[in-house]
Design a protein around this ligand. Structure first.
Ligand code: MRU
Length: 377
């Protein structure tokens, strides 16, 4: 065991064919365990989170990332906090600490609101057990939501396969919206996994997704482990591929979608949507309902865009020829860098939103047709 941060211990594991979720309760029944995504694809490591602070740091430092998994980890962070101190002040402080971890993915606020609504009215003596139960339920709900996104997205891929007479369907995705970004299945990848498992020939163009390379490091890794044919491309290749008829369908995830269907996702998503629009390629976004922010209508104006440390841009980490993982600097000393982590794709560029309840138009009317009760609340 090696200490990574206060309250976090890390152990390396071999994958032996055993199915993993991205977060689970430890065997001793009280800590949260996660796949440490900062170590992929070069090592598969499990980190044990024992404190609120460990959960917060795991989100900030991106040991876990992806909107749904951020929400699930925050829920367990609340449970860990309640285990240590279930008083009113501790409850408020835990919520505030976790809320500060990452600004763009709205699932964080959603999960914290869920936890606070359940825990607030309780006697402090009952809060810890209830918090663990609600965190586990949030994880299970996420798995089912994503499974249903796959069920609802699969016909889009099947239709293209039928039209192409069984020739392979070429999909393009950006960042990692796979099982690593959720609790299981993934959002954008769920229809892809389900199509592959159903015997439909699929091939995925995987954007590397600078600066943190979630595509090259995470999406490629998980598609590969599941046996899905894929090719990693540089972020700027998508437009060229679309011009040459080499992309049938784009599917990305989202970190926050407005009530009108504007979509915030990893930086570079907008450029893919523009290229798709120019080339008549359908551009779908896989959208679990906790990712909808019903309080806002204008994504560009209202969604906070996270700016992260410049080191993510000026440096790259990879494996050397002799197997060491090293970080190198790629910019001249003194050159300023900027690191905008997300961008917003306006609804007009989105062909449709694949949700757990069906596929909706990217518009207020489309979302309200599937989620009328939430729109009203
Ligand atoms: O910065 P990250 O890695 O948390 O960003 C993740 C993404 O942008 C994903 O595409 C998004 O969260 C959807 S995940 C199901």
């Amino acid at each position: 065991m090696t200490a990574a941060a206060p309250g976090v211990t890390v152990r390396f594991m071999k994958i032996d064919g055993k199915p993993y979720r991205s977060i689970w309760l430890s065997e001793d029944g009280w800590a949260a365990e996660i796949v440490d995504q900062t170590r992929l694809p070069h090592a598969f490591a499990v980190a044990r989170l024992e404190t609120l602070e460990a959960a917060a740091v795991a989100i900030e430092d991106m040991l876990v990332r992806g909107a749904p998994l951020i929400g699930a980890t925050a829920a367990y962070g609340m449970a860990l906090a309640m285990r240590a101190d279930a008083g009113d002040a501790a409850l408020a402080a835990a919520r505030e600490r976790l809320m500060r971890t990452r600004p763009t993915a709205v699932n964080l606020r959603w999960a914290l609101d869920e936890m606070a609504a359940v825990l607030g009215p309780l006697d402090p003596a009952d809060r810890a057990a209830t918090a663990y139960a609600r965190a586990a339920a949030i994880c299970d709900e996420d798995v089912e939501i994503n499974r249903m996104i796959g069920v609802n997205g699969l016909p889009l891929i099947r239709d293209i396969a039928d039209r192409k007479g069984g020739e392979r369907v070429n999909l393009l995705t950006h960042c990692n919206a796979g099982w690593l970004a959720t609790v299981d299945w993934g959002t954008a990848t769920s229809p892809i996994y389900q199509a592959h498992d159903a015997g439909i020939p699929v091939h995925v163009w995987v954007d590397e997704t600078r600066p943190r390379n979630q595509g090259a490091s995470l999406t490629a890794w998980e598609l590969g482990r599941h046996g899905v044919p894929h090719t990693v491309i540089v972020d700027n290749a998508g437009g060229h591929l679309m011009q040459h008829g080499m992309v049938d369908l784009c599917i990305t995830g989202t970190d926050r979608t407005t009530a009108t269907g504007d979509v915030a996702n990893k930086i570079g998503t907008y450029l893919k949507a523009l290229a798709a629009h120019d080339n008549g390629v359908p551009f779908y976004v896989a959208l679990p309902s906790p990712t909808i922010d019903w309080t806002i209508a204008d994504g560009v104006a209202e969604i906070p865009i996270e700016q992260r440390t410049g080191g993510e841009v000026s440096q790259m980490t990879g494996r050397t020829g002799d197997g060491r993982v090293e970080t190198v600097t790629i910019t001249p000393d003194g050159s300023p860098v900027a690191n905008y982590a997300f961008d917003v794709t306006p609804a007009r560029l989105v062909t449709g939103l694949i949700t757990e309840r069906g596929v909706a138009a990217a518009s207020r009317a489309g979302l309200e047709s599937l989620f009328a009760e939430r729109a009203a609340s």
